[in-house]
Design a protein around this ligand. Structure first.
Ligand SMILES: N[C@@H](CCC(=O)N[C@@H](CS)C(=O)NCC(=O)O)C(=O)O
Length: 316
């Protein structure tokens, strides 16, 4: 339930309190420090000796992240086996300074990590274009794909503002989106995110500058992108860049659209994390507009989710 690194960090933080609480002598405190360092060293040696049970690939995620979905989809397309380690939303960002997705993978005897979805996809391409050239071809980062990916990632950030504008006032929906009821999230994190909800909501509001004008600007950016992609797809329905074979930008567009597309069985969860019917009216209005004003983009996302993820939508 707790990772060994986390337990070790907690022990370090609690050590001075233990010393103060029990009025330990200098010698006893020194022995405690040496014991902790010894435990840490044993962990390091176990990892180096190859006896560590760390899986080949682990994806650090939160339940509803569309940036995680972008990477998850590419891992699945590559046919890789990986484990997902799901955390509660917002805790990692504000207390550990890390965003999700993070890809952790064994490199020889050590485990390495990369954060930020574009960098993760570059790593996957670098490694698997050699190991599995055919399967990895969709990840080739051509200049056009990189340019489109940057635009898509911007769309993903605007969608964060869009989601938070609509959902921050809805405590229960927000908690659900942060994984407070997801049993694959460690229980202590579920409890913590519930306890800290007002603080987390405040920090999110500040971090994203969530406000009516900011929402309006984000919605306009979202619609500008949807309009552009809708136009491209009306002419070339198979792929955003007109390729015969879909590439990672196509999957990224579908994945990053998940906050409004609301796929069922998102991220292997048994039902949609948030149901269309329970969303605030303003959010539903926006979703209806995205669907009806950009039908080719919507149909493209729907088709990709159906054919590649075996799921249908909940927005009808
Ligand atoms: N540029 C980053 C953005 C990642 C991002 O913003 N992730 C959000 C979730 S969608 C996050 O980590 N939120 C903090 C948290 O929930 O701990 C990427 O492409 O990976």
């Amino acid at each position: 339930m707790f990772s060994s690194k986390l337990l070790y960090a907690a022990a370090l933080v609690l050590l001075p309190l233990v010393v103060a609480l029990f009025g330990l002598s200098f010698l006893s405190a020194l022995l405690l420090v040496i014991a902790l360092l010894f435990v840490r060293w044993l962990g390091v040696m176990a990892a180096l000796s190859g006896k560590s049970k760390a899986p080949e690939i682990t994806l650090t995620s939160i339940g509803v992240s569309h940036f995680v979905e972008k990477v998850r989809w590419c891992l699945d397309r590559l046919g890789l086996e990986y484990r997902e380690r799901r955390a509660a939303g917002t805790l990692g960002a504000f207390y550990l300074g890390r965003t999700v997705p993070v890809l952790n993978f064994r490199t020889g005897r050590v485990t390495s990590s990369i954060g930020n979805s574009p960098e993760i996809l570059r790593y996957l391409w670098g490694r698997y274009s050699v190991e599995r050239p055919e399967a990895a071809a969709f990840l080739e980062p051509t200049p056009e794909r990189l340019e489109l990916e940057a635009e898509l990632d911007r769309y993903g950030r605007n969608l964060q503002i869009w989601v938070y504008y609509h959902l921050l006032p809805e405590k229960e929906l927000m908690l659900r989106a942060w994984g407070a009821y997801d049993r694959t999230v460690p229980a202590w994190q579920r409890g913590l995110v519930r306890l800290l909800h007002p603080v987390q909501a405040y920090m999110i509001r500040r971090a994203f500058g969530v406000s009516p004008p900011r929402y309006e600007k984000a919605r306009q950016h979202i619609e500008t992108l949807l309009e552009d992609l809708n136009g491209r797809l009306a002419e070339q329905p198979n792929s955003l860049l007109g390729d015969t074979v879909q590439n990672y930008t196509d999957l990224s567009f579908a994945a990053l659209s998940s906050p409004w597309f609301l796929p069922e069985n998102f991220a292997g969860q048994e039902s949609a994390v948030l149901e269309y019917e329970e969303l605030p009216a303003g959010m539903r209005e926006d979703i209806e507009r995205f669907k009806t004003a950009y039908p080719d983009a919507y149909a493209f996302i729907e088709r990709l989710y159906k054919t590649e993820r075996g799921v249908s939508v909940t927005t009808s």
